[in-house]
Ligand binder design. Sequence first.
Ligand code: URA
Length: 236
Amino acid sequence: MPSAMRRLDQLLSSLGYCSRSEARGWVKAGAVTVRGEEADDAGARVHAADVRVDGEPLDHPDGLLLLLHKPLGLVCSHDGREGPSVYSLLPERWRRRNPIVTSIGRLDKETSGLLLLTDQSPLVHRLTSPKHKVPKLYRATLDRDLSADLVPLFAAGTLQLEGEREPCAPAELRIVAPREAELVLTEGKYHQVRRMFAAAGGATVLTLHREQFGPLTLGDLPAGQWRELPLDIFGK
Ligand code: URA
């Protein structure tokens, strides 16, 4: 289905190319074509697919969905005061898009692994809502040996974290070594993995890595790199 027609200046600014007023300058300078003809009106309504800037088609006019291997040490925040952010890994132009590119849920600064980024807000809502029960697989190492009693405790859906109204939803714990575990959560409360282990026996999580989000895995994607996903990978 062709995308809706939009004002040329609005389209260029929403895709992070330039401000709306700069778009007028680009049009005047002959940098923009529509259906092969030099554009002469920045306010004209156009289909994104018909537009070229310096001869190039527009950059992802229909939206972005990215799978990032989040490295340690970066925050999932647009607020520069919180420190270096995952968004610094993206091309400049994508960081100026509106709607903004944002993470689907968050990983802590000291958590690595699979993080999805998108400018599609319905997708953010769908994939972060506990109602949809999207499984997320984490691998954690801990500061002490794990008790097998944690397995039924996490599975019961009764573990209460301080400050939360509802107990944690049932979660699948697999103890893979005395101090290492895999944990599958279907929700995303603040610092949930760390708080669950702390609440259920006082263990401190030393390292935390998200290996899987729904059906998606990192494969051999190196830390700090991302790859694009089809916008409809989770269905329409
Ligand atoms: N649980 C945590 O404690 N931290 C994360 O980053 C993700 C899940």
